[in-house]
Design a protein around this ligand. Structure first.
Ligand SMILES: [Ca+2]
Length: 181
């Protein structure tokens, strides 16, 4: 009897844990057929988020249109996220308050930044996040831990998200060194 109780308890724990994981890291599709993978757990550095997206053959979020920030906000509302949205890594990188989207090299639009940002606080803010509970971007230290949003846009099936990684390799190494000092 005791064994049975323990088994039922463990099954319950496993089921609950599985449900939490299923809800907190999940694929979402918009009416425009953009697929997002959003992980709400605050456990990823920017580099880890990049690898998570690449391993799914997706890219870290690259804003080509402002409406994509609204898409993510609406996903958070519809799916009862605790934070709408959570702190999420995007594919924006840069230095000294000049930022580009990692996958395309295009500049991050001025209008998408939160008030006072990018501010390069402490001279170490080289990666771009969506700030918790806002539709705005913030530059922040790449080794902060937060969630992330990957995307796959229609027609991007042939995309190789890490194809241009070499271009940024040296920059990444410098950044890793600076952030670990
Ligand atoms: Ca900042």
């Amino acid at each position: 009897m005791r064994t049975l109780i323990i088994l039922v308890f463990l099954a319950g724990v496993f089921h609950t844990k599985f449900q939490v994981l299923a809800v907190r890291a999940k694929l979402y599709q918009t009416p425009n057929n953009v697929t997002y993978f959003i992980n709400q757990d605050y456990t990823y550095t920017w580099f880890e988020a990049l690898i998570e997206c690449s391993s799914r053959n997706m890219s870290l979020l690259t804003l080509e249109e402002d409406v994509e920030l609204l898409d993510i906000y609406q996903i958070a509302i519809k799916n009862n996220f605790a934070k709408k949205p959570p702190h999420l890594w995007t594919g924006g990188v840069g230095s000294n308050r000049k930022f580009i989207w990692f996958s395309t090299g295009t500049p991050v639009a001025t209008r998408t930044w939160g008030i006072g940002n990018p501010d390069n606080s402490g001279n170490v803010e080289n990666c771009v996040q969506i700030f918790e509970n806002t539709n705005k971007l913030n530059d922040i230290k790449c080794f902060e831990k937060m969630g992330f949003v990957c995307e796959k846009k229609p027609g991007n099936d042939e995309e190789k998200p890490l194809a241009d990684f070499g271009k940024f390799g040296d920059w990444c190494l410098i950044l890793i060194k600076e952030n670990n000092e």
